[in-house]
Write a protein that binds this ligand. Structure first.
Ligand SMILES: C[S@@+](CC[C@H](N)C(=O)[O-])C[C@H]1O[C@@H](n2cnc3c(N)ncnc32)[C@H](O)[C@@H]1O
Length: 320
Protein backbone atom coordinates (compact mmCIF):
# COMPACT_ATOMS: atom_id res chain seq x y z
CA UNK A 1 0.00 0.00 0.00
CA UNK A 2 1.07 3.56 0.61
CA UNK A 3 4.03 4.87 2.59
CA UNK A 4 1.68 4.78 5.61
CA UNK A 5 2.39 1.04 5.80
CA UNK A 6 6.06 1.58 6.43
CA UNK A 7 7.51 1.82 9.90
CA UNK A 8 10.22 4.09 8.54
CA UNK A 9 9.31 7.76 8.95
CA UNK A 10 9.52 9.92 5.85
CA UNK A 11 13.02 11.17 5.19
CA UNK A 12 14.91 8.56 7.18
CA UNK A 13 17.06 5.76 5.77
CA UNK A 14 15.79 2.19 5.61
CA UNK A 15 17.49 -0.05 8.16
CA UNK A 16 19.77 -2.67 6.56
CA UNK A 17 18.43 -6.21 7.26
CA UNK A 18 21.53 -7.16 9.26
CA UNK A 19 20.75 -4.35 11.71
CA UNK A 20 17.10 -5.34 12.18
CA UNK A 21 16.11 -6.78 15.56
CA UNK A 22 16.53 -10.58 15.27
CA UNK A 23 12.89 -11.66 14.90
CA UNK A 24 11.45 -9.22 12.39
CA UNK A 25 12.24 -11.10 9.18
CA UNK A 26 10.57 -14.37 10.21
CA UNK A 27 7.17 -12.84 10.93
CA UNK A 28 6.48 -12.74 7.20
CA UNK A 29 4.30 -9.62 7.55
CA UNK A 30 5.03 -5.98 6.93
CA UNK A 31 6.79 -4.63 10.04
CA UNK A 32 4.42 -3.56 12.75
CA UNK A 33 4.24 0.07 13.78
CA UNK A 34 3.13 -1.10 17.23
CA UNK A 35 5.58 -0.70 20.09
CA UNK A 36 5.52 -4.46 20.64
CA UNK A 37 6.79 -5.74 17.33
CA UNK A 38 5.97 -9.44 17.67
CA UNK A 39 2.19 -9.87 17.19
CA UNK A 40 2.28 -13.38 18.64
CA UNK A 41 3.94 -12.33 21.90
CA UNK A 42 2.21 -14.12 24.81
CA UNK A 43 3.63 -11.78 27.44
CA UNK A 44 2.10 -8.85 25.58
CA UNK A 45 -1.28 -10.54 25.57
CA UNK A 46 -1.03 -11.05 29.33
CA UNK A 47 0.10 -7.44 29.77
CA UNK A 48 -2.77 -6.02 27.71
CA UNK A 49 -5.31 -8.12 29.62
CA UNK A 50 -4.17 -6.72 32.95
CA UNK A 51 -3.68 -3.22 31.59
CA UNK A 52 -7.26 -3.22 30.29
CA UNK A 53 -8.61 -4.12 33.74
CA UNK A 54 -6.36 -1.56 35.40
CA UNK A 55 -7.26 1.33 33.10
CA UNK A 56 -11.00 0.68 33.03
CA UNK A 57 -11.04 0.53 36.85
CA UNK A 58 -8.86 3.63 37.23
CA UNK A 59 -11.06 5.60 34.80
CA UNK A 60 -14.18 4.65 36.74
CA UNK A 61 -15.80 2.38 34.17
CA UNK A 62 -16.07 1.59 30.47
CA UNK A 63 -17.78 4.76 29.22
CA UNK A 64 -17.59 7.19 32.16
CA UNK A 65 -17.86 10.24 29.89
CA UNK A 66 -20.96 9.20 27.92
CA UNK A 67 -24.35 10.21 29.25
CA UNK A 68 -26.49 7.52 27.61
CA UNK A 69 -24.53 4.42 26.55
CA UNK A 70 -27.70 2.30 26.63
CA UNK A 71 -29.02 4.24 23.62
CA UNK A 72 -26.16 2.99 21.42
CA UNK A 73 -26.91 0.18 18.98
CA UNK A 74 -23.57 -0.59 17.30
CA UNK A 75 -20.07 0.01 18.61
CA UNK A 76 -16.64 -0.39 17.04
CA UNK A 77 -13.41 -0.60 19.04
CA UNK A 78 -10.25 -0.18 16.93
CA UNK A 79 -7.04 -1.81 18.20
CA UNK A 80 -9.18 -3.67 20.72
CA UNK A 81 -6.38 -5.86 22.14
CA UNK A 82 -7.79 -8.61 24.36
CA UNK A 83 -11.34 -7.31 23.91
CA UNK A 84 -11.98 -6.73 27.62
CA UNK A 85 -13.34 -3.21 27.21
CA UNK A 86 -15.95 -4.27 24.64
CA UNK A 87 -16.97 -7.38 26.58
CA UNK A 88 -17.51 -5.30 29.73
CA UNK A 89 -19.73 -2.90 27.76
CA UNK A 90 -21.75 -5.81 26.35
CA UNK A 91 -22.34 -7.07 29.90
CA UNK A 92 -23.17 -3.63 31.30
CA UNK A 93 -25.54 -2.64 28.47
CA UNK A 94 -27.52 -5.64 27.20
CA UNK A 95 -29.55 -3.41 24.86
CA UNK A 96 -26.52 -2.69 22.64
CA UNK A 97 -27.11 -4.94 19.64
CA UNK A 98 -23.65 -5.28 18.10
CA UNK A 99 -20.15 -4.68 19.46
CA UNK A 100 -17.24 -5.18 17.05
CA UNK A 101 -13.55 -5.18 17.94
CA UNK A 102 -10.73 -5.13 15.40
CA UNK A 103 -7.05 -5.72 15.96
CA UNK A 104 -4.05 -6.42 13.76
CA UNK A 105 -2.95 -9.31 15.95
CA UNK A 106 -4.48 -12.72 15.25
CA UNK A 107 -3.50 -13.84 18.71
CA UNK A 108 -5.38 -10.96 20.36
CA UNK A 109 -8.47 -11.57 18.19
CA UNK A 110 -8.53 -15.30 18.96
CA UNK A 111 -8.14 -14.63 22.67
CA UNK A 112 -10.87 -11.96 22.59
CA UNK A 113 -13.29 -14.36 20.85
CA UNK A 114 -12.63 -17.01 23.49
CA UNK A 115 -13.30 -14.46 26.21
CA UNK A 116 -16.55 -13.34 24.59
CA UNK A 117 -17.73 -16.94 24.47
CA UNK A 118 -16.64 -17.66 28.04
CA UNK A 119 -18.51 -14.57 29.23
CA UNK A 120 -21.59 -15.48 27.16
CA UNK A 121 -21.74 -12.34 25.02
CA UNK A 122 -20.50 -13.83 21.73
CA UNK A 123 -24.01 -13.49 20.20
CA UNK A 124 -23.48 -9.70 20.21
CA UNK A 125 -19.69 -9.28 20.36
CA UNK A 126 -17.47 -10.02 17.32
CA UNK A 127 -13.74 -9.69 16.84
CA UNK A 128 -11.96 -9.43 13.49
CA UNK A 129 -8.36 -9.24 12.39
CA UNK A 130 -7.88 -5.91 10.62
CA UNK A 131 -5.10 -3.43 10.01
CA UNK A 132 -6.53 -0.03 10.91
CA UNK A 133 -3.81 1.65 8.85
CA UNK A 134 -5.25 0.15 5.65
CA UNK A 135 -9.02 0.49 5.71
CA UNK A 136 -11.81 -0.42 8.06
CA UNK A 137 -13.81 -3.10 6.28
CA UNK A 138 -17.26 -1.83 7.25
CA UNK A 139 -19.99 -0.05 5.34
CA UNK A 140 -20.31 3.72 5.64
CA UNK A 141 -22.42 5.18 8.48
CA UNK A 142 -22.61 1.84 10.24
CA UNK A 143 -21.63 2.50 13.87
CA UNK A 144 -23.14 4.73 16.56
CA UNK A 145 -19.82 4.99 18.36
CA UNK A 146 -16.27 4.35 17.19
CA UNK A 147 -13.72 4.00 19.95
CA UNK A 148 -9.94 3.97 20.08
CA UNK A 149 -7.96 3.53 23.28
CA UNK A 150 -4.15 3.73 23.37
CA UNK A 151 -3.76 3.95 19.59
CA UNK A 152 -0.74 6.17 20.04
CA UNK A 153 1.16 2.93 20.60
CA UNK A 154 0.96 2.19 16.86
CA UNK A 155 -0.02 5.49 15.20
CA UNK A 156 2.64 7.81 13.87
CA UNK A 157 1.67 11.48 13.62
CA UNK A 158 1.12 11.11 9.86
CA UNK A 159 -1.28 8.15 10.33
CA UNK A 160 -3.96 10.16 12.16
CA UNK A 161 -5.64 12.10 9.29
CA UNK A 162 -6.48 9.03 7.19
CA UNK A 163 -7.57 7.02 10.22
CA UNK A 164 -9.84 9.78 11.52
CA UNK A 165 -11.39 10.00 8.04
CA UNK A 166 -12.06 6.27 8.17
CA UNK A 167 -13.65 6.61 11.61
CA UNK A 168 -15.89 9.34 10.21
CA UNK A 169 -16.81 7.23 7.20
CA UNK A 170 -17.99 4.27 9.29
CA UNK A 171 -19.80 6.37 11.92
CA UNK A 172 -23.39 7.36 11.26
CA UNK A 173 -24.18 11.07 11.13
CA UNK A 174 -24.76 12.22 14.70
CA UNK A 175 -22.72 9.26 15.96
CA UNK A 176 -19.75 9.57 18.30
CA UNK A 177 -16.02 9.28 17.69
CA UNK A 178 -14.25 8.68 21.01
CA UNK A 179 -10.51 8.58 21.55
CA UNK A 180 -8.64 7.89 24.78
CA UNK A 181 -4.89 8.28 25.04
CA UNK A 182 -2.37 8.23 27.83
CA UNK A 183 0.65 10.39 28.48
CA UNK A 184 3.62 8.15 27.75
CA UNK A 185 5.34 8.97 31.01
CA UNK A 186 4.51 8.58 34.66
CA UNK A 187 5.62 10.41 37.77
CA UNK A 188 6.63 7.88 40.37
CA UNK A 189 8.64 7.22 43.50
CA UNK A 190 11.00 5.07 41.39
CA UNK A 191 13.78 7.14 39.76
CA UNK A 192 14.77 4.16 37.60
CA UNK A 193 11.25 3.78 36.25
CA UNK A 194 11.41 7.47 35.30
CA UNK A 195 14.71 6.83 33.53
CA UNK A 196 13.29 3.88 31.57
CA UNK A 197 10.28 5.97 30.53
CA UNK A 198 12.72 8.58 29.20
CA UNK A 199 14.29 5.90 26.98
CA UNK A 200 10.82 4.84 25.77
CA UNK A 201 9.85 8.47 25.08
CA UNK A 202 13.00 8.98 23.00
CA UNK A 203 12.18 5.89 20.93
CA UNK A 204 8.54 6.91 20.42
CA UNK A 205 9.56 10.42 19.39
CA UNK A 206 12.16 9.07 16.97
CA UNK A 207 9.65 6.62 15.47
CA UNK A 208 7.25 9.51 14.77
CA UNK A 209 4.53 8.82 17.34
CA UNK A 210 4.37 12.43 18.59
CA UNK A 211 3.34 15.64 16.86
CA UNK A 212 6.24 17.60 18.33
CA UNK A 213 9.62 16.24 19.43
CA UNK A 214 9.18 17.46 23.04
CA UNK A 215 5.78 15.79 23.48
CA UNK A 216 5.13 13.11 26.06
CA UNK A 217 2.05 11.82 24.27
CA UNK A 218 -0.82 12.99 22.10
CA UNK A 219 -3.40 13.84 24.76
CA UNK A 220 -2.82 17.55 24.09
CA UNK A 221 -3.53 17.05 20.37
CA UNK A 222 -6.79 15.11 20.47
CA UNK A 223 -9.30 17.98 20.71
CA UNK A 224 -7.47 19.84 17.93
CA UNK A 225 -7.51 16.76 15.69
CA UNK A 226 -11.23 16.22 16.19
CA UNK A 227 -11.98 19.90 15.48
CA UNK A 228 -9.77 19.80 12.38
CA UNK A 229 -11.74 16.82 11.08
CA UNK A 230 -15.03 18.64 11.44
CA UNK A 231 -16.34 16.85 14.52
CA UNK A 232 -19.12 18.70 16.35
CA UNK A 233 -19.60 19.28 20.09
CA UNK A 234 -16.02 18.21 20.85
CA UNK A 235 -15.51 17.56 24.55
CA UNK A 236 -12.68 16.23 26.67
CA UNK A 237 -12.36 14.60 30.03
CA UNK A 238 -9.01 14.14 31.74
CA UNK A 239 -8.13 11.49 34.24
CA UNK A 240 -5.37 11.74 36.85
CA UNK A 241 -4.62 8.15 37.69
CA UNK A 242 -2.81 7.07 40.83
CA UNK A 243 -1.34 3.65 41.44
CA UNK A 244 -0.40 2.83 45.04
CA UNK A 245 1.35 -0.29 46.27
CA UNK A 246 -1.04 -2.66 47.97
CA UNK A 247 -4.13 -1.60 46.00
CA UNK A 248 -5.50 -3.80 43.17
CA UNK A 249 -4.69 -1.12 40.52
CA UNK A 250 -1.23 -0.54 42.06
CA UNK A 251 -0.42 -4.25 41.87
CA UNK A 252 -1.59 -4.41 38.24
CA UNK A 253 0.53 -1.37 37.41
CA UNK A 254 3.63 -3.05 38.86
CA UNK A 255 2.96 -6.16 36.78
CA UNK A 256 2.35 -3.99 33.70
CA UNK A 257 5.75 -2.28 34.07
CA UNK A 258 7.44 -5.63 34.63
CA UNK A 259 6.13 -6.88 31.25
CA UNK A 260 6.34 -3.56 29.41
CA UNK A 261 10.05 -2.91 29.76
CA UNK A 262 10.77 -6.44 28.50
CA UNK A 263 8.37 -6.54 25.54
CA UNK A 264 9.33 -3.00 24.48
CA UNK A 265 13.03 -3.82 24.12
CA UNK A 266 13.14 -4.63 20.35
CA UNK A 267 11.31 -1.35 19.65
CA UNK A 268 13.75 0.57 21.86
CA UNK A 269 16.72 -0.99 20.06
CA UNK A 270 15.19 -0.11 16.72
CA UNK A 271 14.63 3.57 17.45
CA UNK A 272 17.01 4.80 20.12
CA UNK A 273 20.23 4.13 21.92
CA UNK A 274 19.46 1.68 24.71
CA UNK A 275 21.70 2.17 27.78
CA UNK A 276 24.41 -0.51 28.01
CA UNK A 277 23.28 -1.28 31.57
CA UNK A 278 19.60 -1.73 30.56
CA UNK A 279 19.31 -5.11 32.30
CA UNK A 280 20.70 -3.67 35.55
CA UNK A 281 18.34 -0.70 35.26
CA UNK A 282 15.43 -3.06 34.66
CA UNK A 283 16.29 -5.07 37.80
CA UNK A 284 16.74 -1.86 39.81
CA UNK A 285 13.35 -0.61 38.58
CA UNK A 286 11.71 -3.88 39.70
CA UNK A 287 13.17 -3.47 43.18
CA UNK A 288 11.96 0.12 43.43
CA UNK A 289 8.42 -0.53 42.23
CA UNK A 290 8.02 -3.43 44.66
CA UNK A 291 8.60 -1.12 47.66
CA UNK A 292 5.58 -0.95 50.01
CA UNK A 293 5.39 2.86 49.63
CA UNK A 294 5.62 2.82 45.82
CA UNK A 295 3.31 5.29 44.10
CA UNK A 296 2.93 6.29 40.45
CA UNK A 297 0.78 8.93 38.78
CA UNK A 298 -0.24 9.11 35.16
CA UNK A 299 -2.59 11.15 33.00
CA UNK A 300 -5.13 10.05 30.43
CA UNK A 301 -7.55 12.01 28.33
CA UNK A 302 -10.69 11.11 26.44
CA UNK A 303 -11.80 13.38 23.61
CA UNK A 304 -15.03 12.81 21.73
CA UNK A 305 -17.25 14.56 19.27
CA UNK A 306 -20.21 13.97 16.99
CA UNK A 307 -19.97 13.24 13.29
CA UNK A 308 -21.73 15.93 11.30
CA UNK A 309 -25.24 15.19 9.98
CA UNK A 310 -28.73 14.35 11.06
CA UNK A 311 -29.08 11.71 13.75
CA UNK A 312 -31.88 9.67 12.13
CA UNK A 313 -30.46 7.40 9.46
CA UNK A 314 -31.95 4.24 7.98
CA UNK A 315 -30.35 1.06 9.30
CA UNK A 316 -27.95 -0.72 6.98
CA UNK A 317 -27.22 -4.44 7.10
CA UNK A 318 -24.63 -6.09 9.23
CA UNK A 319 -21.28 -6.45 7.44
CA UNK A 320 -20.75 -9.98 6.14
C1 LIG B 1 -1.79 -0.62 23.66
S1 LIG B 1 -2.83 -1.82 22.93
C2 LIG B 1 -4.44 -1.19 23.40
C3 LIG B 1 -5.48 -2.26 23.49
C4 LIG B 1 -6.87 -1.76 23.91
N1 LIG B 1 -7.36 -0.72 23.01
C5 LIG B 1 -6.84 -1.23 25.32
O1 LIG B 1 -6.91 -0.01 25.51
O2 LIG B 1 -6.78 -2.05 26.26
C6 LIG B 1 -2.78 -1.49 21.20
C7 LIG B 1 -3.45 -2.58 20.36
O3 LIG B 1 -3.45 -2.13 19.00
C8 LIG B 1 -3.18 -3.24 18.16
N2 LIG B 1 -2.66 -2.72 16.89
C9 LIG B 1 -1.40 -2.34 16.58
N3 LIG B 1 -1.31 -1.91 15.32
C10 LIG B 1 -2.56 -2.01 14.79
C11 LIG B 1 -3.11 -1.73 13.51
N4 LIG B 1 -2.37 -1.24 12.54
N5 LIG B 1 -4.44 -1.98 13.32
C12 LIG B 1 -5.20 -2.49 14.31
N6 LIG B 1 -4.72 -2.77 15.54
C13 LIG B 1 -3.43 -2.54 15.79
C14 LIG B 1 -2.20 -4.08 18.95
O4 LIG B 1 -2.17 -5.42 18.49
C15 LIG B 1 -2.75 -3.93 20.37
O5 LIG B 1 -3.66 -4.94 20.65
Amino acid sequence: MSSRQSSIPPGSQAIPPQQMPPDVSRWGEHPSTYVVQDRTNGAELARLALQDTMITAAMGGVLPDQTDPASLRRLLDVGCGTGGWLIEIAKAYPTIKLLVGVDISKRMVEYARTQAEAQEVSDRVEFHMMDALRMLEFPPRFFDLVNQRLGNSYLRSWDWPKLLQEYQRVTRPGGIMRITESEMSVESSSPTLTRLFEVALAALAQAGHFFTPQSRGVTGDLARLLHQHGLQQVQTKSYALEYRAGTPEGDLFVEDMQHLFRTLLPFLHKWTRVPDDYEALYQQMLQEIHQPDFVAKGNMLTAWGRVLGSIDQPESDRPS
